[in-house]
Design a binder for this molecule. Structure first.
Ligand code: 26V
Length: 840
């Protein structure tokens, strides 16, 4: 400090230091002062007047402040000329992050300090964690996977931006009335969102509709201009994503739709003020609401508009950042890897072509090479009805220029193929980007596959089936593009945050490096599986977690459950292929057995949780059935001694954090070949639940990892399912030849669970007896027998606990850190920098 600064200067330096300490200090003192300051400056409250939400906000800003230094540095590495790193753009219509506060505390390593600081100001951390309204910007597995991947990207020090939509209303809240699902709007932004920073200066125009027009530019080059009918503005909202105990803090950049001020200027001037305001409202609907991703598409124009909206903003932003770094556009693929999370962002292929060719005057061939080298596509489902395709007229109306571009991509692709495979017109028709069999459609999975250099499935079986079924022809012509990256989940949220007691127990025995390196470290628990004392501690943690869940169940449903009973849990979206109703058939069978025979059994609490797509009638009927069976079972004085059935409403990230740690048994019972991967299966196993499951999705790999003796396997394999279908499957004959099954189905049919109403469950029973698309009856007996094995195993607590420990110890492979390392190495060609000694 120079001599010119006298006493005053020193004082201001001191106050600057104090200020920075308030903003960055990690000790309890600094945090406590920051809390009071934030309460004062941001909430305008004195401690004694503050509501729990005021305290939550003050704490959230206190934690966010402590992310900023790393955040600014990481963003700098993506935007500044001095760096040469390749960054990842994870394009996803969904990011189901769940609450940010607890995760932030864990990543920054300030949990204890914050607890201490809060106690000094008379507050309690667990209460404030409860205050956070979770951003439910996803439907289920696909959106949650994107969130886990953002966590791992940061943890591995890979600079990345998650690009998506800032939905004003996320996934609906589910409540149960009279046993039926009722959807309630998710007003998650109601009390403000302290984690996001609006970047009004980062905004892009997005065009819609209108027509295209050819012209020749000054150099005489043939060009096309797009004269849109409408323009909408996308504004960036950034949320920091801190990596676990590393310098990297990435960002989630979500786009909000706004009206373009200039667009209706004329309307303002001619006095049509209200029409202009109407336009504004219309523009904003683009980012209003999250759509279900598991409902058949019914040509929803707004959904295609959403997809194009976020993709266009994101690509424009990537180009802007590249140019800011002083890099030439023809090196885009050296500085950006764009991952398409399912086909929802697949319009990126055509949009990137449009930006390069129309807006930046690049030659077609070069633009195409860059597009292919930049993009990669992850497929998340094989269900044929799930493959996105847009009716051609709708597509032409909304995105006329993109349709031109898609036709041109297609023409070149098919011409080239014609040379490679002459006389294969059938093959060409099947590969075409346009489905012309009847009404015409744009096939989005084909666009994504063609425009990408890599195509991956999300579990070994899924990737194999992908090559043999929905993308068979693409595999035939470009086998080198295909690979598998099995999904993973972040142990920071799904063990450390959700199961702190287990976390402490593990750390006490194997040290604290496992959370950063699950694959190598967690297996050091294996030798402890046989130690009685460790088993006792393990059991104590599980029972504690079960008590917590039992309290939640009591609060939300009124049902009292016994924490010492076997907690048998199926928590996931409701879908026929996931077969929650197979679980119900078993429950009704068990109910019948208990009524008829009584006797000693292993007491069970069977817990269901999950949302049904609002228009999916059968899924909603299955919820009603679960609740109807639950009502009868729970009120039966004899049966309810041994069996309780609960439907816990509103399965979301927050509730998941209570459910996974409390489960003894994890139900993963989808029809083999239908569940692409599953990720709940991994969360349960990490928390020591044992799986009862089919050979489907990642179950297969989980079983290989934990050992077949520590997994309850039942049911047909994917190949057997196909064979049986081909031979002609007749569910009715199984019903007729299996007395217990018949009794269960007849009881449901008789109105026994529906106050005598024989019609209520008719559609369900009828579909099982006539088609049984998902082959419940074929797997029924194997499932019931397998559940018997489960009950027997649970009656030996030590043997069960040993299995439970081994499940946790052996599932390190399913950390999303491992998945992200694979994406980095095999698809993105970026080198993760790992902060500890493990080689990347
Ligand atoms: C889409 C549809 C659309 C038509 C009607 C039925 C239906 C059912 C499911 C879907 C799936 C949409 C994509 C999706 O969420 N896939 C999930 O992705 C997870 C992450 O990779 C994976 O673990 C799940 O197995 C997979 O279902």
């Amino acid at each position: 400090m120079g001599p010119a600064i006298g006493g005053d200067g020193q004082a201001s330096a001191r106050s600057r230091m104090a200020l920075s300490n308030v903003r960055t200090g990690l000790a309890p003192d600094a945090i406590a002062v920051a809390l009071i300051e934030n309460l004062h400056c941001l909430q305008g409250k004195r401690p004694r007047d503050a509501t729990p939400n005021d305290w939550y906000m003050a704490l959230a800003y206190t934690v966010r402040d402590r992310m900023m230094e790393r955040y600014v540095a990481t963003v700098g590495s993506i935007a500044e000329e001095t760096t040469d790193v390749k960054a990842v753009a994870y394009l996803s219509a969904e990011f189901l992050t769940g609450p940010h506060l607890g995760n932030g505390l864990i990543s920054l390593g300030i949990w204890d300090a914050v607890e201490e600081a809060l106690s000094r100001v008379g507050q309690d951390l667990s209460g404030l964690l409860e205050q956070e309204e979770e951003p439910g910007l996803g439907n289920g597995g696909l959106g949650r996977l994107a969130a886990c991947y953002m966590d791992s990207l940061a943890r591995l020090n890979v600079p990345a931006i998650g690009y998506g939509i800032r939905y004003e209303f996320g996934i609906f809240d589910q409540s149960i009335r009279d046993g039926w699902q009722v959807e309630v709007t998710d007003k998650w932004l109601r009390f403000g969102n302290p984690w996001e920073m609006v970047r009004s200066e980062i905004a892009f125009d997005v065009k819609f509709g209108g027509r295209t027009e050819p012209y020749h530019n000054a150099a005489g080059r043939y060009c096309v201009r797009w004269l849109p009918e409408k323009v909408i503005k996308g504004v960036a909202y950034d949320t920091p994503i801190p990596g676990y105990r590393v310098p990297t803090t990435n960002l989630l950049r979500l786009w909000k739709a706004e009206a373009v001020e200039s667009f209706d200027f004329e309307a303002f001037n001619v006095g049509d003020y209200y029409r202009a305001v109407d336009e504004k409202v219309l523009s904003e609907t683009i980012s209003k609401v999250l759509y279900p991703n598991d409902e058949p598409e019914s040509g929803k124009q707004l959904r295609l508009a959403q997809q194009y909206f976020f993709v266009s903003c994101s690509l424009q932003d990537m180009v802007r950042l590249l140019l800011m770094r002083g890099k030439p556009l023809d090196e885009l693929h050296s500085y950006w890897a764009a991952q398409l999370n399912d086909t929802h962002p697949s319009i990126a292929v055509a949009e990137l072509m449009r930006l390069l060719v129309d807006e930046h005057a690049m030659e077609w061939d070069q633009a195409w090479a860059i597009t292919q080298q930049t993009c990669a596509y992850t497929n998340h489902t094989l269900l044929p009805e799930a493959l996105e395709r847009w009716p051609l007229p709708l597509f032409a109306r909304l995105l006329p220029r993109h349709l031109d571009i898609i036709y041109e991509i297609n023409r070149r692709f098919l011409d080239e193929l014609r040379l490679r495979c002459p006389n294969e017109e059938q093959l060409l028709r099947r590969l075409s980007l346009i489905d012309e069999a009847g009404d015409k459609y744009v096939r989005m999975a084909h666009l994504a596959s063609l425009g990408s250099h890599a195509i991956n499935g999300v579990a070994v079986l899924h990737s194999e089936l992908l090559k043999r079924t929905v993308l068979r022809d693409f595999h035939l012509v470009s086998p080198e593009k295909f690979l598998n990256v099995t999904n993973g989940v972040t142990p920071r949220r799904w063990i450390a945050l959700s199961n702190p007691k287990l976390c402490t127990l593990i750390t006490r025995h194997i040290g604290d490096r496992w959370l950063a390196n699950l694959e190598d470290e967690l297996r050091r628990l294996e030798p402890l599986a046989d130690e009685l004392e460790f088993q006792r501690d393990w059991q104590a943690v599980k029972v504690d977690n079960k008590r917590v869940l039992a309290r939640l169940i009591k609060d939300r449903t009124g049902v009292i459950v016994d924490p010492h009973s076997l907690f048998d849990v199926q928590a996931k979206r409701l879908h026929e292929y996931k077969r929650q109703h197979l679980n119900v058939l078993y429950l009704v069978t068990l109910y019948n057995r208990l009524r008829h025979a009584g006797g000693a059994v292993t007491p069970r609490t069977v817990i269901f949780s999950g949302k049904a797509a609002p228009a999916y009638r059968m899924a909603k009927l299955i919820i009603k059935l679960v609740n109807s069976v639950a009502a009868v079972v729970n009120r039966d004085p004899v049966v309810s001694q041994a069996l309780k059935v609960v439907f816990l409403p509103d399965f979301n990230v927050k509730n998941g954090q209570r459910i996974y740690p409390a489960a003894d048994l994890s139900e993963q019972i989808s029809t083999a070949g239908k569940e692409a991967s599953g990720t709940g299966n991994m969360k349960f196993a990490m928390n020591g639940a044992i799986t009862i499951g089919t050979l489907d999705g990642a179950n297969i790999e989980i079983r290989d990892a934990v050992g077949q003796e520590n997994f309850f396997l039942f049911g047909l394999s994917a190949a057997e399912v196909e064979l049986l279908k081909a031979e002609g499957y007749t569910p009715r004959s199984i019903y007729e030849s299996n007395p217990e099954l018949r009794e269960a189905i007849d009881l449901i049919r008789s109105g026994f669970f529906s106050n005598g109403d024989r019609e209520l469950f008719h559609p369900l029973v009828d579909s099982l007896l006539t088609y049984d698309e998902y082959m419940l009856l074929a797997d029924y007996q194997a499932y019931v027998d397998c559940q018997e094995r489960v009950s027997n195993a649970y009656s030996d607590p030590n043997a069960w606990t040993r299995m439970s420990i081994l499940n946790t110890a052996r599932v390190g492979h399913f950390s999303s850190d491992r998945s992200i390392r694979e994406y980095c190495r095999h698809i993105w060609k970026v080198t993760p920098i790992v902060s500890d000694e493990r080689e990347s």
